[in-house]
Design a protein around this ligand. Structure first.
Ligand code: HAM
Length: 408
């Protein structure tokens, strides 16, 4: 008899189960709670979108669109792709629902899978998950500071050590002048730069600053810096942002080579990095995208947002020690079983509670309770049934007592 080959998940894609799924839901629930406190509402957009959405937003010259898209023609001859990031879909929805015409402010948060056909390695997957937020209709740099502080609050909640790197990418006034100067500078020694840099000088020169090649980085030391070439308005905003962060005791480093891998940013750009997760050190990134709504056919609307890479962050999350009590309810006799089920259902209204359907002795119940991670064991035997009492033991403190059912 031939044995069928066992099918594995695709390279760079994995299940989220067991301990990791506990952490995953714990993260999403608590990050969502923080986002709601900051006035964000949940949005869910499709995973599959028209390919042109990402070409026009993330940018045709970016690696994400150029090399990493899961793109195909569907049965209706539509050119579609699995979303590589969340911002473009949210902007598409904002415009499609005519919210750009309505004016006003919109704040959304989302979480879900993203797909990039990258070379998988530690912290770099082909299917990964992001938790992101997007704000529309606020041009004030106070909002940039606000979302940076919110992101910091999320990282602090999960006790994740991090560094904030900050840059300004200028606007439609100052960026083109800077880009031209940069190209002039780079062209003077382009033979010494790597092949990728030479391609980028033509397609997207500021991405040259981001080259990981050590030789290129040395050559780039004297390149003009965007932070010294901002127009008055961008400079004022950048200074104001630093001032607000200083006032709120948020540490940051200025990194004028931080250009981000997506083309839609203007003004503020930032990343949160950790040196505890290896070479893929960015846990979150974001910035302002005041022209993106317009690029996608909407009425000019300012926007700013960020996204956290959930898998990268989970490598660093420890569930808070003071987690809630978990109950285990068991019967010591067949007769006590109905009462045990009733008690477990009552307890479930406030706590996570396991019920064991087979009547067993003390020792067996304690073994099962431990296996299930419960710290409070509630047992009912014939004596307890007659007196409407419960035997309760707290495994963590070793305290044991008999209490009335109503007292539980
Ligand atoms: P991004 O920097 O491309 O930004 O991605 C955000 C985060 O997703 C990264 O910092 C990283 O933690 C995680 N990430 C990216 N690629 C992978 C991968 N292959 N495997 C695992 N994790 C990954 C954006 O996507 C923007 N949409 C963020 C944004 C929202 N900007 C404004 N609003």
């Amino acid at each position: 008899m031939s044995k069928e080959k066992v099918i594995q998940s695709l390279r760079g894609m994995k299940d989220i189960s067991n301990e990791e799924s506990k952490l995953f839901t714990y993260f999403c629930e608590n990050a969502a709670k923080i986002a709601k406190n900051y006035g964000f509402e949940y949005i869910e957009t499709p995973i599959l979108e028209e390919t042109s959405l990402f070409k026009r937003s993330v940018g045709e010259s970016s690696d994400i669109v150029n090399k990493e898209m899961y793109q195909f023609i569907d049965k209706g001859e539509n050119d579609v792709c699995l979303r590589p990031e969340g911002t473009a879909g949210v902007v598409r929805s904002f415009i499609q629902n005519k919210l750009d015409r309505a004016g006003g402010i919109k704040k959304w948060y989302y979480h879900g899978p993203m797909f990039r056909y990258e070379r998988p390695q530690k912290g770099r997957l082909r299917e990964f998950h992001q938790f992101g937020v997007e704000v529309f209709g606020i041009s004030s740099v106070y909002e940039d500071a606000n979302i940076i502080m919110m992101l910091k609050e999320i990282l602090d909640f999960f006790q994740i050590g991090h560094k904030l790197q900050l840059n300004s990418l200028g606007c439609k006034e100052c960026m083109p002048i800077y880009r031209e100067n940069l190209v002039k500078h780079l062209t003077s020694f382009k033979e010494e730069l790597c092949e990728d840099c030479n391609r980028r000088i033509k397609t997207n020169p500021i991405r040259v600053l981001d080259c990981k090649n050590e030789k290129c980085q040395n050559l780039l030391k004297d390149a003009p810096k965007i932070t010294y070439n901002l127009c008055n308005s961008c400079n004022e905003d950048f200074n104001k942002l630093k001032e607000i962060l200083d006032f709120n005791n948020v540490d940051y480093e200025i990194d004028s080579n931080l250009v981000r891998g997506l083309d839609y940013y203007s003004k503020t750009a930032f990343e949160f990095v950790s040196d505890e997760i290896g070479s893929q050190s960015a846990i979150a990134g974001g910035g302002r995208y005041d022209r993106l709504v317009e690029f996608l056919g909407g009425r000019e609307t300012p926007g700013v947002g960020f996204a956290i890479g959930i898998e990268r962050l989970l490598e660093l999350v420890k569930i808070n020690e003071k987690s809630e009590d978990i109950y285990y309810v068991g019967a010591l006799s067949e007769d006590a079983l109905n009462q045990a089920i009733k008690v477990a259902n009552l307890k479930r209204k406030t706590n996570k509670t396991y019920i064991e359907y087979t009547p067993r002795g003390f020792g067996k119940h304690f073994n099962l309770a431990e296996k299930n991670g419960a710290n409070i064991v509630v047992l009912i035997g014939d004596d307890e049934l007659k007196s409407n009492m419960l035997y309760v033991k707290n495994i963590s403190t070793q305290e044991e007592k008999k209490i009335k059912v109503e007292e539980l």
